[in-house]
Design a protein around this ligand. Structure first.
Ligand SMILES: Cc1cc2nc3c(=O)[nH]c(=O)nc-3n(C[C@H](O)[C@H](O)[C@H](O)COP(=O)(O)OP(=O)(O)OC[C@H]3O[C@@H](n4cnc5c(N)ncnc54)[C@H](O)[C@@H]3O)c2cc1C
Length: 298
């Protein structure tokens, strides 16, 4: 099938794009076209107008400052996957990027497209929720910043308004000093081109990696595809604080994850299986983050 006919604009600036979104209520932004194209070709969506933002080079950047990492909406997965400076301060982001599909998708797909789509299985949405990131948006009315907790509202439903454009996302750096923090993104999937059955994004900060048994100061966890939005399990994690990461502690996190997970049945993985896997992948990801924080990853 082919998409239905649509009008097409290709603005040269963010301001122009915002004006087009304001003028044409029916307009849909086009970024990497790795999701929208498929949806349109199958006629699950038939927007009357596309506003192609591929000329907005100002929105393709990675800015690493003392307090945060900011990533422009038009930054491609491939750029993030290969960004060594980013990997050295927040390895979870390149790790999430490199596990998205194959090179063809990663060459074109963007941070903004993925966050706008807000698929609960999406790699970046899960990382944003885990780290407590922010989504920065603009419209003709001005700019605003939405905390990840408020951004993901329901299944593929966000706080983003029709005439708004995501300009960037940011991740705080203060809670994650790289010399004593490890982070990880792990996922189960059936093949390289498929979305994750379940994923886990974690970060663990320890007190002192040079100690024999470093103590967890703070742990973060979000699960992808385990509920309608990226799923946080904060209460169970708080119990990890103040002790080394033991297998017993990990078992109780897994039990807590299975308690709150609320995944949907899929053709290749039913609800019960996904719930079980969510607990296991939470453990794997936390263990990897802790080992990285301690500098002892195998
Ligand atoms: C085979 C395959 C496997 C994949 N596997 C994974 C996976 O494992 N994990 C994963 O996370 N993703 C996966 N993806 C999706 C991929 O990450 C897409 O690139 C991404 O979801 C959409 O980004 P895009 O830039 O292509 O957006 P587009 O397809 O261009 O747009 C998607 C939606 O976002 C909106 N949009 C785009 N940019 C903005 C913006 N700046 N502001 C507001 N709205 C905007 C568009 O209007 C549209 O509604 C896969 C895709 C394919 C084709």
């Amino acid at each position: 099938m082919k998409p239905t006919q649509f009008a097409y604009d290709r603005p040269d600036s963010v301001e122009e794009a915002l004006e087009l979104l304001d003028e044409h209520e029916e307009a849909e932004l086009l970024a990497g076209n790795q999701s929208l194209g498929i949806i349109m070709a199958n006629r699950f969506a038939s927007p009357e107008r596309l506003v192609d933002i591929n000329r907005l080079d100002d929105l393709a950047f990675v800015d690493i400052s003392e307090s945060r990492v900011e990533i422009g909406a038009m930054t491609r997965h491939r750029t993030l996957e290969r960004h060594d400076d980013l990997r050295s301060v927040l390895e979870i982001v390149p790790e999430a990027a490199e596990q998205i599909a194959g090179p063809a998708v990663r060459n074109r797909g963007t941070m903004g497209g993925s966050v706008a789509e807000a698929d609960p299985a999406g790699n970046y949405p899960t990382v944003l929720a885990a780290l407590g990131g922010h989504v920065h948006v603009a419209s003709v009315d001005g700019e605003r910043t939405i905390p990840a907790d408020d951004y993901f509202v329901g299944y593929m439903f966000t706080d983003l308004e029709e005439h708004e454009l995501i300009t960037s996302v940011s991740f705080p750096r203060d809670p994650f000093p790289p010399e004593r923090t490890g982070s990880a993104f792990v996922e189960l999937k059936r093949g390289s081109q498929t979305w994750p059955t379940v994923s886990a994004a974690t970060a663990v900060r320890v007190d002192d990696p040079s100690r024999e048994e470093p103590v967890v100061e703070e742990a973060r966890l979000a699960l992808g595809n385990a509920a309608g939005i990226p799923l946080r399990v904060d209460d169970a994690l708080a119990e990890l604080n103040g002790d080394p990461l033991t297998e017993a502690a990990l078992d109780s996190v897994a039990a807590a994850v299975r308690e709150v997970a609320d995944p949907t049945d899929e053709m290749h993985a039913d609800r019960e299986y996904k719930t079980e896997v969510a607990g296991e992948y939470a453990v794997r990801s936390l263990r990897r983050s802790y080992d990285r924080a301690c500098g002892s990853e195998n």
